[in-house]
Design a binder for this molecule. Structure first.
Ligand SMILES: C=CC1=C(C)c2cc3[nH]c(cc4nc(cc5[nH]c(cc1n2)c(C)c5CCC(=O)O)C(CCC(=O)O)=C4C)c(C)c3C=C
Ligand code: FE2
Ligand code: FE2
Length: 345
């Protein structure tokens, strides 16, 4: 072997073929990557501009011809929306930071504790920080050869789940030695996930009584995405049905709606806000609302459901409006996430 080859070989040897006991122990572990959508670094207009520029440039999120969209995004949206969104974020921001990030960190810690130290659990965000490339490189540094990726979106959707896959693939394109990867693309069928959701509803009933209606309000997408084959709409209806059946509720007691519209085109219907304005007119004055597409509370629940939509309902003549929190770091939710992971580990 030439001297030049021997020098390279020794480096590789030391790291991969003849590692220290400590390095070998780490390398034999499986990496678990939990991901969520991501959030701005601060509730300020400049931070929102950076975050929204990354988020809304993703062709999985906005399926519009690129050049046209670039002009609209940079010419209009990024001039107007950051300030408005920053105000909304400021209303839910805590001392620890953005609720989505803080809750996701708690979930990561709880999952690590439940799985023990044979696996290394890390958290990454699709947009913003900690980014998927950064966290994947931490696994690379540790010499991890097997990674299970779980985007914390129970209902598969191209703008969320597939977009996470894209980010992962983009990073792996730059790696010479790609590890074994399992990518979990959804888990609405997981019995522990459905039980946890049902139990959160039951806990609500025990504390506040039975409402006239439960609204299962899911984040929307443009209807065009459903027309083009995205299964998300169907998976949302399935989630509602499974939870309703688990609780033994009548079909008439539960309704599936879609929230967080963005832009002018038609989104999945019925819309949550319009439904809330209509229900009191139909004599429904006591409702409870939950949002099973969010595994952690975030702007879209704490501001949109807790504040904005509550007002629509009350102003339309509603009397009792309760928001049932996301599953967050409830014990039964962590048990469900661990079960989803164990099936892959
Ligand atoms: C513009 C199109 C959007 C699509 C399609 C979309 C789908 C989608 N989003 C989530 C989950 C979350 N979205 C959140 C915020 C958010 N979403 C959009 C737009 C689309 N989402 C925007 C512009 C924003 C930012 C907020 C704003 O400026 O109003 C969040 C909350 C993030 C946080 O920091 O708290 C989550 C979570 C799903 C599940 C989904 C499709 C299935
Ligand atoms: Fe969204
Ligand atoms: Fe919103």
């Amino acid at each position: 072997m030439s001297q030049q080859y021997r020098a390279v070989n020794d480096r590789v040897e030391e790291r991969f073929h003849n590692p220290s006991d400590e390095t070998r122990r780490t390398q034999q572990k499986t990496g678990v990557l939990l991901t969520n959508l991501g959030t701005p670094d601060a509730p300020t207009a400049p931070a929102l501009r950076r975050y929204l520029a990354e988020f809304l440039s993703d062709p999985r999120v906005i399926e519009v011809p690129r050049l046209l969209w670039k002009i609209i995004l940079h010419g209009i949206i990024l001039r107007v929306r950051p300030k408005k969104s920053a105000e909304a974020y400021a209303s839910v921001w805590s001392d620890e930071g953005s609720p989505l990030l803080v809750i996701s960190q708690h979930q990561r810690g709880a999952v690590q504790k439940a799985l023990g130290d044979e696996v290394i659990v890390k958290l990454a965000m699709r947009y913003g920080n900690p980014s998927i490339p950064k966290v994947m490189r931490e696994f690379q540094e540790l010499g991890i050869r097997r990674i299970v990726v779980l985007p914390l979106y129970p209902q598969y959707a191209a703008p969320t789940t597939a977009s996470t896959f894209d980010a992962l693939a983009d990073e792996l394109k730059t790696w010479r030695w790609v590890p074994s990867i399992s990518f979990i693309s959804g888990y609405v069928d997981n019995p522990l996930y459905i039980s946890a959701l049902a139990q959160s509803v039951q806990d609500h009933i025990n504390e506040h009584g039975m409402p006239e209606k439960f609204l299962f309000s899911y984040h929307g997408t443009p209807k065009r995405y459903l027309d083009n084959g995205d299964p998300y709409h169907c998976l949302c209806h399935k989630t509602t049905r499974l939870v309703r059946e688990k609780l033994g509720l009548e079909e008439s007691q539960c309704m599936t709606t879609f929230q967080s519209r963005f832009g002018r085109e038609e989104w999945l219907k019925p819309y949550t806000d319009e439904t809330l304005k209509q229900l009191p007119k139909d004599g429904i004055k006591h409702i409870a609302i939950l949002s099973p597409a969010f595994s952690a509370d975030c702007l879209e629940t704490l501001e949109e459901l807790e504040e904005e939509n509550r007002e629509y309902f009350m102003e339309a003549g509603g009397e009792t409006y309760h928001y049932i929190p996301a599953l967050n770091d409830r014990e039964d939710h962590i048990a469900a996430i661990v079960d989803v992971l164990r099936r892959e580990l």
